[in-house]
Design a binder for this molecule. Structure first.
Ligand SMILES: Cc1cc2nc3c(=O)[nH]c(=O)nc-3n(C[C@H](O)[C@H](O)[C@H](O)COP(=O)(O)O)c2cc1C
Length: 300
């Protein structure tokens, strides 16, 4: 009998749906026991978000400052697992506060130490550098990262910005104004993600995860868009400055968060199109490093 733990946090339910779909082939196998664990915050984040709370989550998300979580049940904590599937969302280019809080809590090490972990990301589209931060968090718990699956909104970057904001602020995963595409990960991509569960199951039963990521990648588990990685790197540098200033503010914090809001609008709607044009022109010159980056970020 193999024991698998599926850990996740979700606000809209999207990440739970993804985690459960991926876990389906494991659930259907008589030799595998699957336990689900939803990470819960002592002070829950609102959903749908209000604009102020959405930006208020920025400094602590980016600086990876944990908050208190509820202890997972005794049932979850009492078992030793052969594999952990850790499903997380990206908040401000970093693993979300609930996931970061779990990984920095006293509960993470006993559950993850010396245990193979497959990370599953469900986000808008910018996850590459968040996964680098995830790698460091997993190393600190003694976990062994063996696979990564990233499900994203496949629409044009700026379209997904508009639709996700609408989704986060209304709580409705619907076509904005009836003309925009539905936000988030598509139903098709979610439904098809059970194929990753089948790949994981085969490796679990073979007691070897050595070639798991290669096989996941061959099944389109990750799609690397070089422009998004370039933006992710640039934005990380700027977010670091903003977050470190804002986190030290007390009474002037709301005003600084408004300033960050304006910066973000300018970065997305003015700077990013310019970076995109430059990216296209310099693409042939940077081809070799882009290729190296693609291979690196596809791996674990
Ligand atoms: C505060 C906040 C910040 C976010 N930042 C990012 C981000 O930097 N990159 C990204 O691809 N998605 C980002 N997202 C989208 C989430 O990763 C995720 O797709 C969405 O919140 C739905 O997840 P759920 O399962 O918790 O509902 C953000 C969402 C929130 C609420």
């Amino acid at each position: 009998m193999k024991n698998v733990l599926v850990l996740y946090y979700t606000q809209s339910g999207q990440l739970e749906e993804i985690a459960r779909t991926i876990a389906k082939p494991l659930l259907e196998d008589a030799e595998v026991s699957v336990t689900f664990c939803n990470i819960e915050m002592v002070k829950p984040f609102p959903f749908p978000w209000k604009k102020a709370s959405f930006f208020d989550a920025f400094p602590e998300s980016f600086l990876q400052i944990p908050s208190e979580i509820h202890a997972p049940s005794q049932y979850v904590l009492s078992k030793k697992y052969d594999l952990v599937i850790l499903a997380y969302q990206v908040w401000y280019l970093s693993p979300s506060i609930p996931i970061n809080s779990f990984l920095k809590s006293e509960f993470a090490k006993p559950l993850l130490e010396n245990t193979p972990v497959v990370t599953v990301i469900g986000c808008r589209n910018m996850w590459a550098l968040a996964q680098e931060k995830m790698k460091a968090l997993l190393v600190a718990t003694g976990a062994k990262l063996v696979g990564n699956i990233a499900l994203v909104d496949r629409h044009i970057n700026h379209v997904s910005v508009i639709t996700i904001v609408e989704w986060m602020f209304t709580g409705k995963k619907e076509k904005f104004l009836g003309i925009f595409p539905r936000p988030g990960v598509s139903d098709k991509d979610i439904a098809e993600s059970s194929k990753f569960g089948t790949v994981i199951l085969n490796h679990l039963k073979a007691d070897s995860f050595t070639s798991l990521q290669t096989e996941l990648v061959a099944n389109d588990a990750v799609e690397i868009r070089p422009f998004l990685i370039e933006m992710d790197k640039k934005a990380n540098k700027m977010f670091k400055i903003w977050a470190n200033i804002i986190v030290k503010k007390t009474t002037s914090r709301p005003a600084w968060l408004k300033g960050f809001n304006i910066y973000l609008l300018v970065a997305i709607w003015v700077m990013s199109p310019i970076v995109y044009i430059l990216h296209l022109f310099t693409y042939p010159l940077k081809y070799a490093s882009i290729k190296r980056g693609k291979s690196y970020y596809s791996g674990v």
